[in-house]
Write a protein that binds this ligand. Structure first.
Ligand SMILES: Nc1nc2c(c(=O)[nH]1)N[C@H]1C(S)=C(S)[C@@H](COP(=O)(O)O)O[C@H]1N2
Ligand SMILES: [Mo]
Length: 305
């Protein structure tokens, strides 16, 4: 993984400029170097960002896939995934250990219509790693990490815990939102109270049966409206939407809403989940439009444009 945050590079011709920049960047950091960088596609992420995807080759050999985040003609972030033999991590200046993210103060409320989103009337189903096989009888939710009381809950046990329901919109980081979904489940705060995270716990890694994972700050995990969802719109979760249980935290983007949840791990240090490793934000607060990690540059003092 080659990761550059806070690039702050002004683009004249995005397609060509990013290609050249990637060729230079990969040339500096890879051996043997890259002989060719090819544009593959671009995709809007909300109404304010464009994501450009490239592939890099050494002759005919595929070397890396790269994602470049552009906001108003400024290149903000570059993440390249290299083949496993070459693992390099670059954050701002070369080869530093990933820092603990510094997060802006944020509220856990979600009253307004969030910036950069458009509303549609149905969910777009995502299953980046496929739909896992689920056996409700043997399924367990494991709660572990820096906790006093690790838990293992069956679906029956979960269903007997006190329920909460709320109507909240769902916001995917790519820009679509679904209004007024009825969510029903158990407060994540209750799960935390049962497991009792230790003093130093700061982050929670949520993992699904499909191998997908997302990370959230402890503070957001224990916020009043954060749910372990068992039912949506008055029905049990459809299999493709995470049966038997998924997470939903109304003020965070949808990629944090892990489906087919099977593990909740409390940790002292930040770790990337699936999309965070590809450049998406550590927290993903919807009202602050925390789509990409680069946005923390605004208060880390690194913005150059
Ligand atoms: N286990 C798992 N959870 C996941 C995903 C996934 O691929 N696997 N995709 C995430 C993303 S990016 C979004 S926007 C929502 C989409 O929820 P939906 O499939 O119910 O529309 O699920 C999230 N949870
Ligand atoms: Mo998403």
């Amino acid at each position: 993984m080659l990761e550059c945050l806070d690039v702050g590079y002004e683009l004249v011709d995005p397609l060509a400029d990013i290609g050249k920049l990637l060729a230079r960047l990969l040339g500096e950091h890879l051996n043997p170097p890259v002989s060719r960088v090819e544009f593959s596609e671009n995709e809007p992420i909300g109404t304010n960002y464009m994501l450009y995807k490239y592939r890099a080759f050494d002759g005919d050999r595929f070397v890396a896939s790269c994602r470049a985040v552009v906001r108003r003609r400024v290149l903000e972030e570059v993440v390249c995934t290299l083949d496993e033999s070459q693992v390099t991590r670059i954050l701002g200046s070369p080869l530093r250990e990933p820092e603990e993210p510094r997060l802006q103060p944020a509220s856990t409320g979600i009253a307004e219509r969030p910036p950069g989103q458009f509303y549609i009337d149905h969910f777009v189903i995502y299953r980046t790693l496929g739909t896992p096989h689920v056996d409700a009888g043997s399924w367990r939710l494991r709660v572990s990490g820096v906790v006093e009381n690790p838990l293992e809950l069956s679906l029956d046990e979960l269903e007997r815990l006190p329920r909460t329901s709320l109507v909240r919109d769902f916001h995917c980081v790519t820009g679509w939102s679904v209004p007024s979904v009825l969510w029903e489940g158990v407060r994540l705060k209750l799960i935390a109270e049962m497991a009792r995270p230790r003093e130093g716990a700061r982050w929670v890694l949520l993992s699904g049966l499909d191998g997908y994972a997302a990370v959230v700050p402890l503070e957001d995990f224990v916020s009043e409206e954060a749910l372990l969802v068992l039912r949506m719109n008055g029905r049990p979760l459809p299999i493709e939407q995470g049966f038997p249980a998924r997470v939903f935290i109304p003020h965070l983007y949808g990629w944090k809403s892990v489906k087919w949840i099977s593990q909740i791990g409390f940790a002292e240090r930040y770790v990337d989940g699936y999309w965070e490793a590809l450049g998406y934000h550590e927290r993903g607060n919807v009202l602050l439009e925390e789509r990409f990690k680069a946005s923390r540059g605004a208060f880390a003092g690194g913005r150059r444009s």
